[in-house]
Structures are given as structure tokens and as C-alpha cells.
Design a protein around this ligand. Structure first.
Ligand SMILES: Cc1ncc(COP(=O)(O)O)c(C=O)c1O
Length: 372
């Protein structure tokens, strides 16, 4: 029995535990638990990292998306267009802001938003998701709508990914990031951020995350409580220093996977990032076109390999949305790929031997039983 989980947070903690412990201890000693020093320091450092003017730390990636939509004035009936294959937080956030969700299908080649599949009403906002860390083609948005829609990037999975030298999360009017623990830059609990070059929008998000208040007990907006926790900011400050190194290590592991799996006929490897772009391999997602994916997944898990599916049910087929307009539409490519994709373990501390072991077990399963 192997022991190779999808993600191994223990190793990262163990490798840097002294630094983490010190950072948390410092916060406890200072007792500046809410909007403390570390929050501001992280916001500044992460803004510099992304190449944007403002980062506002918030409580989660879901809140980041919802606060952006509220801050840009999305209201009842406004259409926000996103893609059918995403984590449900994307659409939950749109609905929580009172806007209407519209969905488009994805491209067969790279599982990213394909705007040409959408013929509905002109959206107010287009929200592409850099899924698995693969940088979406953002040029299609301008080609289709000119400058008449707002771009909001869901960058929850793409810390450090780039498009022509610019970081994902720096293109939109405002962009959302998640620091859920398993993300490439992950906190020790829930955390998120909004990134924007627009100072007014930044101020609006600052209001909304803090009860609509700039000065204590003076409330100028109908805000809520959605601040980045100081303890989490302290952890993120430690991790930010290693993010690029970790992303390169993920690329190294992804290349190893490619080398060992390229000759396996049942496997379609993940798309390569377009020229001049960089993907952070938040997930390494292969596709089994001619094999029984569910049986392969089960056998991998039985042998101690923590493969997964991201995501098994596309948004339009989620039970919770059964009565929504988009549930009645067909998204053939997103629907098909949901039945064929398989995420293999990847995390910066994974060893070459572990990658080789996953490849060996997987190819053996495919040889023995995998064919449909
Ligand atoms: C694509 C995507 N959007 C939004 C979110 C929401 O982030 P959070 O879990 O921090 O609320 C996540 C991750 O969880 C995600 O993967």
C-alpha cells in the first residue's frame, strides 16, 4: 500500500515549522488579532508580487468574488458570465451578490472558458477561472465584447501563473484570490484577497469587508465582516517568499509526469501553457478518453494514491441549481470532460520517486483493467 496523498500539507509545515511558529507567536505576543500589522504587510507584499496597486485581504476567495461584484455595483438582473467547469464558489458568489449567472462551455484543448460557445445576453461582467492554474485566454473577451464588459478574474487556483509576463489576477478591474490551505499559496485556515489597480474600488472593498466602516463606529456602507485574519496573514507572509520556488518545483514534477506518461495511449496530458505564459500546476489533471475513469480512480485510491476529480459534476448539473435557467442548457465539452478527468497528486515537496510510483501504478492499472 502506497501513501501518496493528492496534497501533503504536513511536509510543507515540517520543512518550515520554525518560521511558521515564530510568525504565529509574534502575532499572539502583539495581540493585534484583527487587521493587525501582518495584514497590511502582506497586502503590500502581495500587491508587489502580483504587480497591482492594491491588495485587500479578505476572509476567503468566495468573499473576495462576492465583495468585488458588490463593489462594482452589480445588482439584481445583471448578468455575470463564467464557465461551467469551476468550483461552486464561483457561482455561489455571483448569486450572493444578487447577480444572474450565465455559463459558457469550455475549450476541448485547455478546459478554459470558450466565449464562442455563448450566445446569451451581453454580460455586465465576465469572470474567467484560471482553472488548475492554467492561464485563460483573456483576449477572447475583448474580441467578443470590446471594452463593454468588466473583467473579473477568478484567480483562486492561479497564484504565480502568468500571461505574457504579467501575473494572473492583475488583468481584471478587480480579481479574486483564495488562500484555502491546499492552494499554491495557502493559509492555515480560510483566507482570500482582492487585487485591483483601481483605488476607488479598493477603498470600496475595504469598506465592505469591515462593516462599511473606515473610522470605528462610523458606518458609510452596508458592509459585513470579512477581514483577512492577522494570524493567517502572518502565515502567508512566510509562504509568499517560497511561492515562486514552489511553483517551479511543481513544474518540474509536472514535466516528470509528462515524461513517464506520454507514451500511455489512454492518457491525454494537461495542456501546455501558451508561449510566453506560465502555469503554476495547482493541479495536474489528465484525461482518460478510452478508459473507465471511475474504476481507475477507485483502484488508485485502493493502492494508497490520492487521485481526485476536479470537478465531477459541472455547475449546470448541480442539484442546487436544478431550477435555474442555465441548468436546462447543454455544455457538451464540460459535461464530457467531467467524466474523463483525473487529478494526480502534486505538491512541491513530492519526490521524484513518488511521481514515478504514481505513474507506474497508473500505467499498470490501465494495462490490466482500464480499457472501456
Ligand atoms: C476556482 C475557485 N473559485 C473560488 C474558490 C473559493 O475560495 P475559498 O475556498 O477561499 O472561498 C475556490 C477554492 O476554494 C476555487 O477553486
Amino acid at each position: 500500500m502506497h501513501q501518496i496523498p493528492l496534497v501533503n500539507l504536513q511536509r510543507q509545515y515540517q520543512q518550515h515549522c520554525e518560521e511558521f511558529n515564530q510568525a504565529i507567536l509574534k502575532t499572539m505576543q502583539a495581540c493585534d488579532f484583527v487587521l493587525g500589522k501582518a495584514v497590511q504587510e502582506f497586502e503590500e507584499k502581495f500587491a508587489a508580487y502580483l504587480g497591482v496597486k492594491n491588495v485587500i485581504g479578505v476572509a476567503s476567495g468566495t468573499d473576495a468574488l462576492a465583495l468585488i461584484l458588490k463593489a462594482i455595483g452589480c445588482k439584481q438582473g445583471d448578468v455575470v458570465l463564467t464557465q461551467d467547469n469551476t468550483f461552486i464558489a464561483t457561482t455561489l458568489a455571483i448569486l450572493s451578490a444578487g447577480a444572474k449567472v450565465a455559463l459558457c462551455d469550455i475549450s476541448e484543448d485547455n478546459y478554459s472558458m470558450n466565449l464562442s460557445s455563448y450566445n446569451g445576453a451581453r454580460p455586465k461582467v465576465v469572470m474567467p477561472v484560471h482553472l488548475y492554474g492554467f492561464p485563460c485566454d483573456l483576449t477572447q473577451i475583448e474580441q467578443k465584447y470590446g471594452n463593454n464588459v468588466m473583467l473579473v478574474e477568478d484567480t483562486a487556483q492561479a497564484h504565480g501563473s502568468t500571461i505574457k509576463g504579467r501575473r494572473c489576477g492583475s488583468f481584471g478591474i478587480a480579481n479574486a484570490l483564495s488562500f484555502y490551505p491546499s492552494k499554491n499559496l495557502g493559509a492555515f485556515g480560510d483566507a482570500g484577497a482582492v487585487a485591483t489597480n483601481d483605488d476607488n474600488l479598493a477603498q470600496e472593498v475595504r469598506y465592505l469587508r469591515n462593516w462599511g466602516s473606515k473610522t470605528k463606529y462610523i458606518h458609510e456602507r452596508e458592509g459585513g465582516n470579512s477581514r483577512l485574519d492577522t494570524m493567517q496573514a502572518a502565515v502567508l507572509l512566510v509562504k509568499l517568499k517560497y511561492l515562486d520556488e514552489w511553483n517551479l518545483q511543481r513544474n518540474h514534477l509536472a514535466n516528470l509526469y509528462r515524461k513517464h506518461l506520454q507514451a500511455t495511449p489512454e492518457i491525454i496530458l494537461p495542456p501546455l501553457a501558451p508561449e510566453g505564459c506560465f502555469q503554476n500546476y495547482h493541479l495536474f489533471v489528465i484525461r482518460l478518453k478510452t478508459a473507465d475513469r471511475d474504476s481507475v480512480l477507485k483502484q488508485l485510491q485502493e493502492q494508497g494514491i490520492g487521485a481526485g476529480i476536479h470537478y465531477p459534476v459541472p455547475i449546470h448539473k448541480q442539484k442546487v441549481y436544478a431550477n435555474y435557467e442555465f441548468a436546462k442548457q447543454g455544455f457538451p465539452i464540460a459535461s464530457n470532460t467531467a467524466q474523463q478527468i483525473l487529478s494526480l497528486p502534486i505538491y512541491p515537496e513530492m519526490t521524484q520517486q513518488e511521481v514515478e510510483c504514481v505513474c507506474e501504478v497508473l500505467t499498470r492499472i490501465l494495462e490490466q483493467t482500464g480499457r472501456k
